[in-house]
Ligand binder design. Structure first.
Ligand code: ME8
Length: 677
């Protein structure tokens, strides 16, 4: 990533004819991740987003809603504005084109372009697409409709000011040649070049048939063409058009913008009209126009006008914000289209977040708490120089370089893929070293410390690298490792820098596994289907008990119902209860115990270790159906031999009188190791 000291990035300003959807949220989240990465690199970042509030489309939508354009604009602009904190967007400014500062700036640009001789008055006659707010040349109609969005076009014939766009064909071609990265990805650049080479016609830049817009200076019968008005927002927010010295200094610092991030359907306006307006005004051009593909629903662009939209809030409620951020960054290869689907998001959630990342965070921090008294251990240099440790550390070092490069070219899916490879490598490293075995032998203390240091150090770099994409998750993980998230932490980020002796923070569960199907989740969201366990399963005749037939451990953790019948004198204190260590565990494998009709031998992951538990649930469950299931176990029982197999704990299950044992489960599965109380 270029070492610039200031970085100015914008999103499109969104039309307010309807409410925000995932497409808008996506662009804003990508800009947010890039802005955050630049801040982590120490840059002085200015990140702008906002709303595009003028034009015929909005005027009509307001009429339809029975509101004045002003009231309508306030209402919908607020929804765009309020979506930002819900998505944890770190924008520095939010611009509305109805603000006085913007009126002043757009009129100033108009005057500057006019005074340099690039605006004249004439009559416009032709086709107009109100959905895209764009004039459509006869040659670009498709079956009489707009060639871009497919909606009907209208014939307009009115007096209009024109911008001498035709004068900028050659200057733009020269600019493109001198700045090969001006428009990316390359495919979009080629489309723009083809369009430019086809010749440019002057552009109508004012309208008289409606009034919801910025008046043309010295001729208020005309309002500015909405794109002339809208594109100027990028300069307004940087301080353009205001004569006070502070604003002028701000403009000098932040203009030109480094990146205008947009969707692929508005490349022409940004890559031809906008630079031409700026050239005409004698102002510097933005450094880069970066465009991404579309989110599709059943093969069609998700859009307000089609009504096939995904509401970001619904998914944030269902999966959590960082899971949604992760999904969109990971799933859309930058520049290409991608399909949004519930099944895909659920799969990524459970495999990438709950399994891979959640597991790594949980086992690394739990083991450091358990075996190292809650501090980062110090590791022997020679032990860290062994091949598995060296390989892990060099993979982590290479990852830092790769992620910085991927972010610089907006390749968030590549960045996340690379990060997840190293998450996998760190999980495999832990399995290779088996710290839970090392912990059993006091003479292997140094090896245990080295293994836990290596894992925690890798996790620390991983947490730093996911911060732009999943800010809350990155910061929570750092805090669990005892590291206070810092503003410009990427400037010195490298493996081997986690301080031994750092006191770990409190453990928190990340991404509990979701055991529900997509249909169940939808039903829960719609609040029509209660999929929680049947209330009767904890009735008076049922107790929640250990299903482990562990010798001398047949006692049951009683339910409230049964406890209510216990004599007051026999009640236990909370301290007694807390002596029983109940934890979430995941079943890794299950098999029948030979010659027993009741017992199954389970291998479970308790977050801190993997162990064998023998459970009396063979009559209720097929072994294969248990693999991957999240259960509750008692982890601090003395081992006991059952039918010749050593059991290290008990599995909790409800045991209805005369019925079959039913394992305890969760609405949403917590990570293994989570304490149950
Ligand atoms: O075009 N997939 O506003 P707009 C991905 N006001 N991104 C999508 C998307 C989808 N299906 N749908 C929308 C305008 N977007 C003008 C911009 S800028 C000076 C004026 C995103 O409300 C994407 O960034 O139609 C796209 O460019 C933008 O929303 C269009 O928003």
């Amino acid at each position: 990533m270029a070492a610039v000291s200031r970085f100015y990035i914008t999103t499109p300003i969104y039309y307010i004819n309807a409410e925000p959807h995932l497409g808008h949220a996506y662009t804003t989240m990508v800009a947010d991740a890039v802005a955050r990465a630049h801040r982590l690199l120490g840059d002085d970042v200015f990140f702008l987003t906002g709303t595009d509030e003028h034009g015929q489309k909005v005027e009509r939508a307001a009429q339809k809603a029975g509101l004045s354009p002003e009231a309508f604009a306030d209402h919908i602009a607020r929804k765009f504005h309020d979506l930002l904190p819900a998505l944890n967007i770190s924008n520095d400014d939010f611009i509305r084109t109805t603000e006085p500062r913007h009126h002043a700036a757009a009129q100033e640009l108009w005057r500057q372009v006019r005074d340099r001789g690039f605006i004249y008055k004439d009559k416009y006659e032709g086709w107009y697409c109100t959905v895209d707010e764009i004039f459509v040349p006869e040659t670009q109609l498709v079956a009489g409709r707009c060639g871009i969005c497919g909606n009907p076009v209208e014939r307009i014939a009115e007096e209009s000011y024109f911008f001498r766009l035709s004068r900028f064909e050659q200057p733009l071609l020269d600019h493109y040649r001198a700045h090969p990265d001006f428009v990316t990805p390359a495919g979009r650049r080629n489309e723009v070049l083809t369009f430019l080479e086809g010749g440019l016609e002057d552009l109508s830049i004012s309208r008289t048939s409606f009034t919801w817009g910025i008046p043309v200076p010295d001729d208020p019968a005309h309002v500015m063409y909405v794109w002339f008005d809208a594109l100027t927002n990028y300069m307004t927010a940087a301080g353009y058009g205001v004569s006070q010295p502070a604003a002028a200094a701000r403009f000098a610092r932040y203009w030109p913008a480094d990146v205008h991030l947009i969707g692929k359907e508005i490349v022409r306006q940004h890559a031809i009209y906008w630079p031409a307006f700026l050239l005409a005004a004698g102002l510097p051009l933005p450094r880069q126009i970066v465009s991404h593909g579309w989110w599709l629903m059943e093969g069609a662009k998700m859009s307000k006008s089609k009504g096939n939209v995904v509401r970001p809030h619904e998914y944030v409620d269902r999966f959590g914000l960082d899971a949604v951020r992760y999904f969109v960054f990971r799933e859309m290869v930058f520049g290409q289209d991608a399909s949004f689907g519930d099944e895909a998001i659920l799969t990524r959630y459970n495999s990438d977040l709950a399994n891979d990342l959640g597991n790594l965070v949980s086992r690394t921090t739990t083991m450091a708490h358990r075996y190292c008294d809650g501090v980062v251990p110090s590791a022997d240099r020679e032990l860290l120089a062994r091949p598995p440790e060296r390989e892990l550390s060099s993979a982590v070092g290479a990852l830092v370089v790769k992620v910085k490069a991927a972010v610089a070219s907006f390749q968030s899916s590549t960045a996340l893929r690379d990060i997840w490879e190293v998450i996998g490598a760190t999980n495999r490293y832990i399995v290779t070293r088996e710290p839970w075995q090392l912990a059993k032998s006091p003479d292997r203390r140094a090896e245990l410390d080295a293994a836990l240091y290596a894992a925690a150090d890798a996790l620390r770099v991983i947490a730093e690298l996911i911060r732009p994409f999943m800010p809350a998750t990155g910061e929570r993980t750092l805090r669990m490792l005892g590291v206070e998230p810092e503003a410009a932490s990427w400037t010195s980020l490298r493996p081997g820098t986690l301080e031994p002796g750092t006191t770990l923070g409190e453990l928190a569960a990340l991404f509990p596994r979701i055991e529900h199907t997509v249909e169940e989740l939808r039903a829960m969201a719609a609040d029509t289907n209660d999929v929680s366990p049947a209330p009767g399963s904890q009735g008076a005749s049922t107790s929640v008990s250990s299903a482990a037939a562990s010798a001398g451990a047949a006692g049951s953790a009683t339910t409230g119902t049964v406890a209510a019948t216990t004599a007051a004198a026999d009640r236990i204190s909370i301290d007694d209860f807390m002596k029983v260590e109940l934890r979430v565990a995941r079943v890794l494998s299950a098999e029948p115990v030979p010659k027993s009709s009741k017992l199954l031998k389970l291998q479970v992951d308790t977050g801190a270790d993997q162990r064998t538990i023998v459970a009396g649930i063979a009559e209720s469950y097929e072994p294969a159906a248990l693999v991957g299931r999240t259960i509750v176990v008692v982890t601090n029982l003395k081992p006991a031999k059952l039918m010749g197999v050593e059991s290290n704990g008990m599995v909790l299950a409800a045991s209805p009188e005369g019925g079959k044992a039913l394992l305890l489960s969760f609405d949403v599965a917590p990570v293994p190791g989570t304490r149950v109380r």
